[in-house]
Design a protein around this ligand. Structure first.
Ligand SMILES: [Zn+2]
Length: 140
């Protein structure tokens, strides 16, 4: 681009040096052509500047997008972990040893949240291994 501008400047100097501008019709035509070249060079320079600006802008958007993607997938990972934690909580089991056969009996801790009286019996010998208190009686 700089090369093009200096070539046009050289032409300008040449025309002025030869004094073509005022003496001949051809000189006037040449001067006009060189002026048009000048305008074209200016236009091209403007386009190049706009192009560079656009490239920088796209680059900025690309970087922002990369950060967004990074955040998005990070958040996604966190959600997965939270989900796993929730599942862990839900699948919490209470371990009780059967007093009769000493088998270990597992039951869901959520059963204890129930208002009704819960009786857990040993699957091996049917002995009651766990029984919730009847809280309603205390209120009466
Ligand atoms: Zn048992």
């Amino acid at each position: 681009m700089r090369e093009l501008t200096s070539k046009i400047s050289y032409l300008h100097g040449l025309v002025e040096g030869l004094d073509l501008e005022t003496t001949t019709k051809e000189g006037r035509i040449l001067t006009n052509i060189i002026d048009i070249l000048d305008d074209m060079a200016e236009s091209i320079k403007g386009l190049q500047d706009a192009q560079i600006e656009l490239e920088n802008y796209v680059e900025t958007i690309d970087e922002d997008l990369y950060e967004l993607e990074d955040d998005f997938y990070e958040e996604d990972d966190d959600e997965d972990e939270e989900l796993e934690e929730d599942l862990d909580e839900e699948e919490e089991y209470v371990e009780v040893e059967c007093p009769k056969c000493h088998d270990l009996v597992y039951f869901d801790s959520e059963l204890l949240d129930d208002d009704d009286i819960v009786e857990i019996s040993c699957p091996n010998c049917d002995e009651i291994v766990f029984k919730t208190e009847d809280n309603n009686n205390d209120e009466d």
